[in-house]
Design a binder for this molecule. Structure first.
Ligand code: MCA
Ligand code: AMP
Length: 505
């Protein structure tokens, strides 16, 4: 028996494959049969170009039905799907392609020339394109390929996907996710959240991250359900389409934006049975305002790229504002001290996790992988929390230097390196401070070298050239020196306090 995730998904597709898998905003329907056939054609097209099982396929394309089907094609053929944020700049794509050594890169038609240069530099043999309307050289190749390609046998431990997450070192690391990791987590979620074939998920998340791709799509695919497939989150569109949906998943920014107009109310949510939130902390006040407005208690859950979903508030039972609930069925969670000793009720410590959902490791970084696991096999999340006497987990902080802005992770070290490269900059410290829309907003505090130092606009423009726009500081402040403790460590807590009101948050 194969452990291919594709085989598992396929075994749960509806018997009647003419059922819609998704419908787009313009009313185009993609049935399960369409998706299976196109996945087979795309797998064949890539395979004909020499891509084989275990090869990485790096993808930076806008969200479209075909983009999702490309993921299915890779699963089907045993290729390792490597999605990239569409906001990544060429420098960031260059690093990922150089590190992952993909056998093929699929990009937006407009980016083809740049991506060809990057791929050539790193010896990646094939560049194909895929546009939002499903056109491009991948689509052309798939159109002439036969709609038949076997579901390639995969072991539980074979890689299904690789998602890059940054880190305190500043360079992104590839989290290797296996067929078992994704299958185990998907099955936990589809059961815990009671997905059935009758569900319609309104899908407004990007699909280059775990939330939009795995959490959302696997629930739908494993239930044989349907989606309304939006290219991204637009408040008006979501409010107008919710009456046709039963479920919705979002980052907290989606929910604060929805609450921003009175047209979002009980009537708009009349057909809904479940709203889930995650990727960043959902403020208790947002949870409460949402419940007061709609009658629905958002189900907040907690996860990571490296681990999939870890805990969630209960489907039945109290969904507590400020808590991320209980471990999913196959997941174990403990709070531990600095020596990895388990702590008791309400004691604050590092959140450590274990289960079939935890990644195999970081790509080509065995030492870094080893550092993230304890001697007894628990993964250190880098989040700090406590478990109360009712077993609810509360996240109280982060041990890692990380900013989460609108659900996207920004690693200060990466931004600081880019700013420090500017002539006229001695050093910089990047922090996150409360932001009314994005939860946290990125701020840079820069020590200028004196004459010839850049101003705020220059720092921002330089960052935009080299970094995805959401990583770019929204404000830059100049100081003669950074506050340090006696060990010489920059006091970011002090900087966060000093700049707490910058965005009026
Ligand atoms: C856009 N901008 C942002 C962000 N998004 N700035 C800070 N943080 C952001 N997240 C800026 C752009 O740089 C641009 O600025 C301006 O806002 C408008 O850009 P636009 O693309 O039009 O913005 P938007 O469409 O309104 O996007 C906001 C968004 C989006 C819808 C909240 O960020 C989003 O879809 N976030 C979801 C993130 C997500 O899926 N995370 C899951 C990670 P300028 O004009 O200056 O260039 S997975 C994960 O974390 C784990 C596994 C988990 O637990 O889920
Ligand atoms: P990523 O690396 O993008 O997968 O981000 C994972 C991180 O997002 C976690 O380690 C947490 O710090 C944060 N996160 C995810 N869900 C939540 C949540 N519900 N509440 C607070 N933080 C969260």
């Amino acid at each position: 028996m194969t452990d291919s995730l594709y085989a598992l998904l396929e075994s749960r597709f509806p018997a009647d494959r003419s059922k819609p898998l998704l419908e787009t905003e313009d009313g185009t329907t993609v049935t399960y049969a369409d998706a299976e056939a196109l996945a087979a054609r795309m797998a064949r097209a890539l395979s004909d170009r020499g891509v084989t099982k275990g090869d990485r396929v790096a993808v930076q394309v806008d969200k479209s039905p075909e983009a999702l089907i490309l993921y299915l094609a890779c699963l089907r053929a045993g290729f390792v799907f490597l999605p990239m944020n569409t906001a990544y700049r060429p420098d960031e794509v260059d690093y990922l392609v150089g590190n992952a050594e993909p056998a093929a890169v699929v990009c937006r038609p407009d980016d083809e020339a740049t991506v060809r240069d990057i791929a050539a530099k790193h010896g990646s043999p094939h560049v194909l394109t895929l546009g939002t309307d499903g056109s491009g050289s991948l689509a052309d190749a798939a159109a002439t390929a036969p709609a038949a390609f076997p579901v390639v046998d995969c072991a539980a431990d074979d890689l299904a996907a690789m998602l890059y997450t940054s880190g305190t070192t500043g360079k992104p690391k590839g989290a290797m996710l296996t067929h078992r990791n994704l299958a185990a987590n998907g099955l936990d979620l589809v059961d815990s959240w009671r997905f059935t074939a009758d569900d319609v998920l309104l899908h407004a998340l990007p699909i280059f991250h775990a939330h939009g791709l795995f959490v959302a799509c696997h629930c739908v695919l494993l239930a044989g359900a349907s989606m309304i497939w939006l290219p991204g989150f637009t408040r008006e569109q979501v409010v107008s389409l919710l009456p046709r949906a039963t479920t919705f998943m979002g980052v907290p920014t989606f929910y604060t934006r929805l609450l921003g107009g009175t047209d979002f109310n009980r009537a708009a949510c009349a057909s809904m049975r479940l709203f889930t939130a995650g990727s960043a902390p959902l403020l208790a006040e947002t949870h409460e305002a949402f419940q007061a407005r709609t009658g629905h208690a958002i189900l907040e859950r907690y996860g990571m790229t490296e681990t999939g979903m870890l805990t969630g508030n209960p489907y039945d039972g109290e969904r507590r504002p400020g808590s991320v609930g209980f471990p999913f069925p196959q997941v174990e969670v403990r709070i531990a001290d600095e020596q990895d000793r388990p702590l008791g009720t309400d004691e604050i410590g590092g959140i450590q996790v274990r289960g079939p959902n935890i990644m195999k490791g970081y790509w080509k970084l065995p030492e870094k992988t080893a550092e993230e696991f304890t001697a007894d096999g628990w993964f250190r999340t880098g989040d700090v929390g406590r478990i109360d006497d009712r077993d609810y987990l509360f996240i109280v902080g982060r041990a890692k230097d990380l900013v989460i802005s609108g659900g996207y992770n920004v690693y200060p070290k990466e931004v600081e390196s880019v700013i420090d490269d500017l002539p006229g900059v001695v050093e910089s410290a990047v922090i996150g401070v409360p932001h009314p829309d994005f939860g946290e907003g990125v701020v840079a505090v820069v020590v200028p070298a004196g004459d010839g130092a850049p101003d705020e606009a220059v720092v921002i423009a330089h960052c935009k050239d080299h970094l995805a726009n959401y990583k770019t500081p929204k404000r830059v402040f100049f100081v003669p020196e950074l506050p340090r403790n006696t060990m010489g460590k920059v006091q970011k807590a002090q900087l966060r306090e000093e700049h707490a009101g910058v965005f009026g948050g």
